[in-house]
Ligand binder design. Structure first.
Ligand code: ASP
Length: 418
């Protein structure tokens, strides 16, 4: 309801003089505060939940089995997502529908944004093939934890600490384990407190989004591209619910009912990292995934598994090529599959991270970087939708891994647990 009210409020206020400024000055800050509170809890939550989760596993063989399954599912679903995106964009060909004058207007209008993104992406690509591995290992924990885009480094440390804890005798690790288990409880309570303010935060975010949106004509020009992305995301979501039902025996109704709060929050914040606390809560307490599995699968998924983003990146890259009349060979399309998978893994779980990483794909297949300017105008709404899918994909894998491990509770068992 707050989302819908926020949108209506935004439209009403953008209709009169000074209304937009009022929303930006007096309403938007509450949305920003809400996101900041959620982000504030993301790193402490990763720490506490991952360490307490691993400590309960008791042996490393279990951990590596869960780890292997998780990574295998994450990779498979991301490749599936990119393939759906490529298939649709090649059939619909939205880039061919764009008028020449729109193309020129967009290229000129968003030149600076495109150049800034290209620069940001260069920072990440100017290094060797194993740089990503080097980047996972932090030199300093405090430094790693000081930036929400470094979550993988924090996860690495938490895993490392958790594994070492399993390796020493239980009586010696008990105080540390108890500390993290208790910290985890406290942080979950903090999340519940923040979520009480969710309606206010979400209202403010959407009202601000509406008043700050670029003019409607650009949206219309990019409609066929946006619809291609949305169709792909919808297809992916339907596939998720099918896979969830076929592999984990969870019916679509239960899946969507359980995940709705996380999906709506992902939609409002455009950030998997900010949504992480709520995703964890939904997966554990509403979907019935045991803490042992959820505390491992979900934080890693929020950082590396972005199916919605990878689908979007593939569609966007081919769309730009089509708009520039560049024909992509089969080899180029296969290169897009590989680079989009990597680019989505490398995208940070924050708003607009996905668009920056498209530069990597464009470079690989020789499409001009300036083409990025074509898709900026409509990026935010698509970001909201793809983030929703990113979060749903993590939840699906958590459900499947839990099922295979015998750690998925049905509704009756969850009631008893409560
Ligand atoms: N906003 C997305 C996320 O946080 C990443 C992206 O820009 O695609 O999941």
């Amino acid at each position: 309801m707050a989302m819908a009210l926020g949108i209506v409020f935004g439209f009403i206020f953008s209709a009169f003089e000074g209304g937009g400024t009022f929303v930006v000055n007096w309403i938007k800050p509450f949305g920003n505060i809400f996101i900041a509170l959620l982000k504030l809890l993301a790193i402490p939550l990763i720490f506490a939940s991952l360490i307490s989760g691993i400590a309960q596993l008791k042996d490393i063989a279990r951990l590596s089995k869960i780890g292997f399954r998780t990574i295998a599912w994450y990779l498979t679903t991301t490749v599936l997502a990119v393939s759906i995106g490529l298939l649709l964009v090649n059939i619909i060909k939205p880039g061919k529908m764009m008028k020449e004058e729109t193309r020129i207007a967009l290229l000129e209008g968003f030149e600076t944004e495109a150049a800034t993104s290209a620069l940001k992406a260069k920072d990440q690509t100017s290094s060797g093939p194993l740089q990503f591995l080097e980047d996972i290992i932090p030199e300093n924990l405090i430094h790693a934890a000081s930036d929400n885009t470094n979550m993988l480094q924090v996860i690495f440390f938490a895993l490392f600490l958790g594994i070492a804890m399993i390796m020493i005798p239980e009586n010696k690790s008990a105080p540390v384990r108890d500390f993290f288990v208790s910290l985890n409880e406290v942080i979950l309570q903090m999340i519940h407190i923040v979520m009480k303010a969710a309606p206010i935060g979400v209202f403010a975010l959407l009202a601000a989004l509406v008043v700050e949106a670029p003019n409607g004509d650009l949206f219309v020009a990019l409609l066929s591209y946006a619809l291609t992305v949305l169709l792909g995301l919808a297809t992916l979501l339907s596939l998720y619910s099918f896979i969830m039902w076929a592999v984990a025996g969870i019916k679509p109704k239960r899946f969507f009912k359980a995940m709705a709060p996380a999906q709506l929050l992902a939609f409002s914040t455009s950030s998997s990292a900010a949504t992480l606390p709520v995703t964890m809560d939904c997966v554990e307490n509403r979907l019935g995934v045991d803490k042992e599995v959820a505390s491992f699968v979900i934080p890693i998924g929020a950082t590396v598994n972005m199916d919605g983003t990878s689908l979007y990146q593939a569609v966007a890259a081919v769309f730009i090529a089509q708009a520039f009349n560049i024909d992509l060979s089969l080899m180029a399309q296969l290169t897009i599959v590989v680079t989009a998978v990597l680019a989505s893994i490398g995208s940070a779980a924050v708003p607009s991270a996905g668009i920056v990483m498209i530069v990597i794909i464009l470079n690989q297949v020789g499409i001009p970087e300036a083409g990025l300017a074509l898709i900026f105008a409509i990026d935010r709404p698509l970001d909201m939708c793809r983030t929703m899918i990113n979060v749903s994909g993590d939840a699906m894998v958590a459900g499947i891994v839990a099922k295979k491990e015998g750690k998925l509770y049905d509704e009756a068992a969850m009631k008893i647990k409560e």
